[in-house]
Write a protein that binds this ligand. Sequence first.
Ligand code: AHG
Ligand code: MN
Ligand code: MN
Length: 285
Amino acid sequence: MTEIFDAIKRSAVRIREAIETDDTGYSQNKNKTGDIQLKLDIKSDLIIEEELSKVPSVKEIASEEREHSEVLNENGIYSIGYDPLDGSSLVDVDLSVGSIFGIYKGGYAGENLIAAAYVVYGPRVELVIATDIVELYRMDPEHNFHFIQPVSLNEKGNIKSPGATQKYWPEFHKKMVDEIFQEGYRLRYSGGMVPDLHQILLKGGGVFSYPGTTDKPKGKLRMVFEVFPFAYIFEKAGGLAMDPIKRLLDLKPSHLHDTTPCFFGSKYEVLKAKEVYGKYQCDID
Ligand code: AHG
Ligand code: MN
Ligand code: MN
């Protein structure tokens, strides 16, 4: 798998350069979810495809920015699901963005993930890789990545990142968020799940939520490209990732681009969300 992580590092170097120098405008195309793609979304997607094509163990790829999965090497064994540039609409206001990768063996289901990684393009470029352990790396000026520290969550944190349009939050979700803030949690929400989750992971805990809403009952975030990789990382770091009744990694998408409500965090907060949702016997499907 080292070859895959090396390809991710090479992609990160090239995407970072594109973010710094390329046009931040929109293209003429829409992706499968209906988002108008930025030129940077398309370019990042092609960079990752190019780098992963060089890795013989990669059988196929699936990306947020393309409708179908694509076979790269018939004899490969891994399927990579990725979001090439998450939060791309934040590039023109110079906020942090990221790339997310799930490494699957045997198809794009949560239970088939065997590793996950993400890159944060912030003031510095950082990479987090989760296998059985979770580790943080940082890029130096020569574009080499250095190990910094292991990553693990405390039982409880003090940050809350509540996603989605509040007007469309169900009542019980509002109640859950209020309860958490009443306990003294501080709001941290940039609109990019990569830096928002990175902050929770590195500050030891907290909770990020992107619920099902009255306008989008299945939420916004995609299982294969965004949710499963982060669910894997949070669990391996000692936290939880739920919808918030079921474990996210037990979900099986019917389609590549399926979305799900999701809660990532340390144990205390995710179990609290589960408790509040359970009380209201929430089923907004
Ligand atoms: P993408 O740019 O890949 O479409 O995804 C952006 C995602 C995620 O990073 C973020 O947490 C969420 O969209 C923000 O959505 P809201 O503005 O609806 O909260
Ligand atoms: Mn995304
Ligand atoms: Mn994206």
